[in-house]
Write a protein that binds this ligand. Structure first.
Ligand SMILES: CC(C)(COP(=O)(O)OP(=O)(O)OC[C@H]1O[C@@H](n2cnc3c(N)ncnc32)[C@H](O)[C@@H]1OP(=O)(O)O)[C@@H](O)C(=O)NCCC(=O)NCCS
Length: 178
């Protein structure tokens, strides 16, 4: 499938598709212990059209969409250029990979790798030295994916999803050696 995947910067015209993708894919990153109501609350309050529109208007944020050759949406990423919240990892200016989500039917087909490769390219274009992200400690598939792509665990944090507290690993990757 990899030759069929096209990754492009998303624009305002893609917001409705991003909202649909986000609602479909956010549950895939949550541990089975997260109550369904909390997942739904997060989708309704944080992944709605207004929220995407606000992010899209920010000069600090970029979305990229992966599509197949028929134009079907397969996944999306969200980059944050502000350095707020970055873990201690290395000198130089980091880039945050805030979201990376692929629809379940396309897992294991290099869509995540195509989105990640675009993130790394943008990081280099922006003159960033390293990329960081937070991923749920129970999300072993994502952790394995990031480690395969040379990210390393560099710390931990907690954050709320609805009424639950989730635990993340911080992971980071230098852009200077690869
Ligand atoms: C993590 C994620 C982005 C990886 O994307 P991907 O496109 O599936 O990545 P890959 O194609 O490289 O596959 C990753 C691994 O998952 C395996 N895999 C996962 N689901 C699979 C499935 N349904 N069929 C086949 N393989 C699958 C692959 O075999 C591969 O293992 P390998 O590295 O040993 O070959 C994707 O699984 C995802 O969107 N998960 C849900 C959201 C999420 O957790 N995002 C991260 C939040 S920080």
């Amino acid at each position: 499938m990899s030759s069929d995947i096209q990754v492009q910067r998303a624009s305002e015209a893609d917001i409705a598709e991003l909202v649909t993708l986000a609602a479909r894919t956010f549950p895939l990153a949550c541990p089975s212990s997260t109550p369904w109501r909390d997942i739904q609350d997060h989708i309704e309050s944080r992944l709605n059209e207004e929220s995407f529109r606000e992010h899209m208007d920010s000069i600090d944020i970029e979305f990229h969409l992966a599509r197949d050759s028929n134009g079907r949406n397969l996944g999306y990423s969200m980059l944050v250029k502000s350095t707020e919240g970055a873990p201690a990892f290395s000198s130089g200016v980091p880039l945050e990979l805030r979201r990376l989500y692929v629809i379940e039917e396309a897992h294991g087909k290099d869509v995540g790798a195509a989105l990640l490769s675009c993130v790394e390219r943008r990081g280099r274009e922006l003159g960033r030295s390293w990329i960081w992200l937070g991923t749920n400690q129970a999300n072993s598939r994502a952790i394995k994916f990031y480690e395969k792509h040379e990210f390393r665990k560099v710390g931990t944090r907690t954050f709320p999803v609805g009424g639950s507290i989730e635990r993340d690993f911080f992971m980071a990757k230098s852009l200077e050696l690869s």
